[in-house]
Design a protein around this ligand. Structure first.
Ligand SMILES: *Cc1c(COP(=O)(O)O)cnc(C)c1O
Length: 227
């Protein structure tokens, strides 16, 4: 494929995807493993939100794309505690706040850096030993402390589902995330209001949309199969 074929393929896939998602849903193009040129191609096709799961990879692309000043970068990978500061400096949205310890560290560093990042809490509504994230009871127990993280804009819940769920199980799991958000909001914490649901990837986003996702994270559906 030539470069211009690649750019055209991305634009075409985006046109098709946009026909299936409501305008209110934020489409995050997950550019991990794809080069800066792929980000530029999606940008030219109108995308402004990009997701990366490795901080060093994101920084390298950001350096190449400095002329694109209105990109909103989303961190969608696990944040090691020694990378928390870099994550705050290089992403506007952190989707993967997955423990109280990390939340409190991000809060302290955000205060020092005078930043107010948008944060989603990564939750596991189905058991999944391979993934990071809060279980429902852990999260409910931590709400009072999370409400004290005054430098974080805790706005949303994020989830990645375990592999091999049936379609019915997939929909039910996404709905359980919505229900958890409603449950959190019913407690009326002043600094925490769940408005955003970051859920759905290339393989399952239609179910996530049905369950009320407000942000979907698509990689392969936009950029083609990852090698
Ligand atoms: C890679 C990744 C995605 C995108 O996956 P695709 O299958 O390429 O759409 C979405 N969310 C997270 C957290 C990811 O790591």
């Amino acid at each position: 494929m030539t470069d211009s074929d690649f750019v055209q393929a991305i634009a075409q896939r985006l046109t098709q995807i946009r026909q299936t998602i409501p305008d209110r849903v934020r489409l995050i193009a997950v550019s991990k493993t794809f080069p800066a040129g792929a980000v530029r191609a999606a940008y030219e096709a109108g995308v402004r939100d990009f997701g990366e799961n490795r901080i060093s990879e994101a920084i390298a692309k950001q350096e190449e794309l400095q002329d694109l000043t209105d990109i909103c970068w989303h961190c969608i990978g696990h944040i090691q505690s020694n990378k928390a500061k870099k994550a705050l400096q290089h992403f506007q949205w952190l989707h993967t706040c997955d423990s109280l310890k990390l939340a409190q560290r991000l809060d302290r560093l955000a205060g020092e850096l005078n930043l107010t990042p948008q944060v989603c809490l990564q939750v596991k509504v189905r058991p999944d030993p391979d993934k990071y994230g809060w279980t429902v009871p852990e999260l409910l127990d931590s709400l009072p402390q999370l409400n004290n993280c005054e430098h974080l804009k805790i706005q949303g819940l994020m989830t990645i589902l375990p592999l091999h769920l049936t379609p019915d199980e997939t929909l039910a799991a996404f709905e359980a995330v919505r229900d958890l958000g409603d449950k959190i909001n019913a407690q009326n914490y002043p600094l925490m209001s769940i408005q955003e649901y970051s859920m759905g990837m290339s393989g399952d986003y239609q179910f996530a949309l049905k369950a009320g996702a407000t942000q979907i994270r698509l990689g392969q559906a936009i950029f083609g199969a990852r090698g």
